[in-house]
Design a protein around this ligand. Structure first.
Ligand SMILES: [Zn+2]
Length: 265
């Protein structure tokens, strides 16, 4: 396959993973029924386990999100470097489960873990946050989804805080251009975005653990990084985000013996 073809394939895979409502076969799901995601059946299938396409949500032992304050270990790590670039033509996508921004297939933005580069495919928002730190839940959380050409995934989580009530201009562009109808794209906004402006100033303190997608099919093998410092947004921006999707969060999952590594670069 040519590189472009591979990129397009990975891109569509990313979209499929995070917007299952667009795929014909897997069953529809909602956040209200998250305790039974693993038992939702695909009526076009008669054979177990194919009948239960989201079984991993229930039987998986490395599920996300989690409480990041549990079983933590300070540990030296591969250097994490975030290099996102301007996106001249963002695709504002209401996925049916979240407000999402899809990057074009030739987007050069990457997350570097040591020497490994993970291209940024899309990012989306949860309100409130899915990851918690002890008893602390944040008003919202961004997931920057990176998928390498070999299929390996790394997700960068960024917590949003509205305590200081500071408006974030790029977050506002996203809110104002996001379609309100599910499964709808807005690709002609003419807006330019720099995802770097959705990151906190200090990026050196990071929680890292082995987890999964937080939505069906809850696939494992996701390398999670969550920045400990939240990014500031305004209270009215949180309200506007909640008017698109609210309570699109999965509850924290059992650690099952996993450790949470705390990296300080
Ligand atoms: Zn997410």
């Amino acid at each position: 396959m040519k590189k472009n073809t591979i990129n397009r394939y990975i891109f569509s895979m990313g979209v499929m993973l995070f917007s299952t409502s667009l795929v014909a076969a897997p069953p529809h799901w909602t956040y209200q029924e998250q305790s039974i995601w693993g038992a939702l059946d695909d009526i076009s299938q008669t054979v177990v386990p194919l009948m239960y396409p989201y079984a991993e949500c229930t039987i998986g032992s490395h599920q996300s999100p989690i409480d990041l304050s549990t079983n933590t270990h300070e540990r030296p790590s591969n250097r994490l470097k975030i290099k996102y670039e301007y996106d001249a033509a963002p695709d504002f996508f209401n996925s049916g489960h979240a407000a999402q921004v899809n990057l074009p297939s030739d987007y050069p933005g990457r997350l570097f873990i040591g020497k490994d580069a993970y291209p940024l495919i899309q990012f989306h928002f949860h309100a409130p946050s899915e990851h918690v730190i002890g008893s602390k839940t944040f008003p919202a959380e961004i997931h920057f989804v990176h998928i390498r050409e070999d299929g390996k995934m790394a997700v960068l989580g960024v917590l949003l805080d509205d305590q200081d009530d500071i408006e974030n201009p790029d977050f506002q562009k996203i809110l104002d251009n996001m379609p309100t109808a599910p499964a709808t794209h807005n690709i002609n906004s003419g807006v330019r975005l720099n995802p770097m402006s959705l990151l906190p100033e200090h990026k050196k303190h990071v929680f890292n653990y082995a987890g999964s997608l937080t939505t069906p099919p809850c696939s494992e093998g996701v390398n999670w990084y969550v920045l400990s410092e939240p990014v500031n947004v305004s209270k009215s921006q949180i309200t506007q985000l909640e008017s698109i999707y609210n309570e699109n969060k999965r509850v924290p999952q059992n650690l099952n013996g996993r450790t949470v590594n705390i990296h300080s670069h």
